[in-house]
Design a protein around this ligand. Structure first.
Ligand SMILES: *[C@@H]1O[C@H](CO)[C@@H](O)[C@H](O)[C@H]1NC(C)=O
Ligand SMILES: *[C@@H]1O[C@H](CO)[C@@H](O)[C@H](O)[C@H]1NC(C)=O
Ligand SMILES: *[C@@H]1O[C@H](CO)[C@@H](O)[C@H](O)[C@H]1NC(C)=O
Length: 406
């Protein structure tokens, strides 16, 4: 009897911990709740370790992730998988076997808030392997340096160096990649790097080979407005809670984590920050850039007075290499044909939607792929154990777009 009561109490406690009211319409809510409980417990454990001075929270998280998730480069009958370097940056290469012919090529940047995850994780290994197989293409998945050891512009420079090496005549020839059919891609923070690299290299007239396409999966593109409708709507939707994103940004930009409440109040982009011009503001003005069905009834939060000087202290906030949404129209117009995937239940939804809109306005051909039941990160949860249905659908459509456009 006592055992049964204890069991019931434990179960209730576990259910209380796992249960989270989710918005209706999100794909497979119970799976997301379980995933969230796992994430939250890791985050809380790493916060505790951080507070006690045991180690940096990111190190603990990465240790857990690599213990559970990192897999060796194992070739399979269809794909030769090797770990090498690309422009000096560690990279996992997926090279289809079979006849020697010219193939399409994709350089890929994984997500994880510029601080977490790796190209060697099972989920990214599976995604890139599948891309190599289904597209019969060479996929290069880059392990750029991570925060907190590396901060902006290190991640960006690694992504750029790897991309320049990828587009070099020697490398294309070595791997039999068709110079006319190369793409840059990435998800979340990796989508940020992919967009930034696409801007830089499309405007570089010294380059002979250019990207034919850019494929951005729920990318993060700006840090000046933490009150876009998607930040407001999804602030408490797992797994990327609104404060986590502010924390990732501060860490990436090498800024003090004590600025988090200030960012979350939009105090850093108040109207008295004279360094932010009206032109800059217009590039992320969602009241003008988003369609009515995404704006819903949300109101912009623009502070008259904030905390002056933050933009001066953290210059990365205004740096287009960190925040690709701030690019000029002329720069955007030179970038290649784009695929922008967004999820309804994602704080970053509007970053992607605004970017897609601005690219289109600049004359770029854009495919917007929006998932009404999608949540941030769903694409990397397409496989076991999560088997996310929206994740699987998004992988299929992403690969189909690449097949038809690369
Ligand atoms: C696989 O790649 C490695 C490294 O590039 C190469 O040495 C090896 O010959 C390749 N194997 C096959 C079967 O293509
Ligand atoms: C954003 O655009 C709206 C509508 O075009 C305009 O009324 C508003 O002043 C703009 N806000 C900023 C901060 O530029
Ligand atoms: C934001 O700025 C206002 C006005 O300067 C200030 O009163 C408030 O404390 C600031 N909030 C945060 C979180 O820094």
């Amino acid at each position: 009897m006592r055992l049964r009561v204890a069991g019931a109490v434990l179960l209730a406690a576990a259910a209380y911990y796992v249960y989270l009211p989710l918005p209706s319409g999100v794909s497979e809510p119970w799976k997301l709740m379980l995933l969230d409980a796992l994430f939250r417990s890791f985050m809380q454990a790493s916060d505790a370790a951080h507070a006690l001075g045991v180690c940096h929270r990111v190190h603990l998280l990465n240790r857990v992730v690599s213990w559970v998730e990192v897999v060796e480069a194992r070739s399979c009958p269809a794909v030769n998988v090797t770990d090498t370097t690309l422009g000096g940056v560690p990279t996992r290469v997926f090279h289809p076997r079979g006849e020697n012919k010219l193939r399409r090529g994709v350089i890929y940047f994984h997500g994880g808030g510029w601080a977490l995850c790796s190209a060697r994780m099972r989920s990214y290994d599976r995604l890139c392997r599948k891309m190599a197989e289904d597209l019969d293409a060479v996929i290069m998945s880059v392990d750029y340096r991570l925060a907190p050891e590396a901060v902006f512009p290190d991640q960006y420079h690694d992504a750029l160096a790897a991309s320049r090496a990828f587009l070099s005549a020697e490398l294309l020839q070595q791997y039999g990649i068709d110079p006319q059919r190369v793409c840059v891609s990435g998800d979340s923070a990796g989508g940020n790097l992919a967009a930034a690299v696409a801007q830089e290299l499309s405007s570089d007239d010294s380059l002979k080979v250019k990207f034919k396409a850019q494929a951005l999966i729920y990318p993060v593109l700006q840090a000046l407005d933490f009150y876009t409708p998607s930040y407001q709507q999804n602030q408490a939707v797992p797994i990327l809670y609104r404060p986590y994103m502010a924390r990732f940004w501060l860490q990436y930009l090498g800024a003090d984590s004590s600025l988090e409440p200030l960012l979350l109040a939009n105090n850093h982009s108040s109207l008295d920050q004279l360094a932010i011009s009206a032109t800059t503001r217009s590039k992320l003005n969602w009241t003008a850039l988003l369609p009515a069905e995404r704006k819903k009834n949300f109101k912009p939060v623009v502070k008259e007075k904030g905390s002056p000087g933050v933009v001066g202290e953290v210059p990365g906030l205004m740096d287009v290499r960190a925040a690709p949404l701030l690019a000029e129209k002329g720069v955007l117009g030179k970038t290649p044909k784009a695929y922008v995937m967004t999820c309804e239940f994602d704080v970053l939804r509007d970053d992607g939607l605004m970017y897609g809109g601005r690219l289109r306005e600049a004359g770029v051909e854009v495919t917007s792929d929006h998932y009404e039941d999608g949540f941030h990160g769903c694409m990397v949860f397409a496989n076991l154990p999560m088997m996310s249905s929206v994740g699987q659908r998004s992988v299929r459509n992403y690969i189909r777009w690449l097949d038809q456009n690369l």
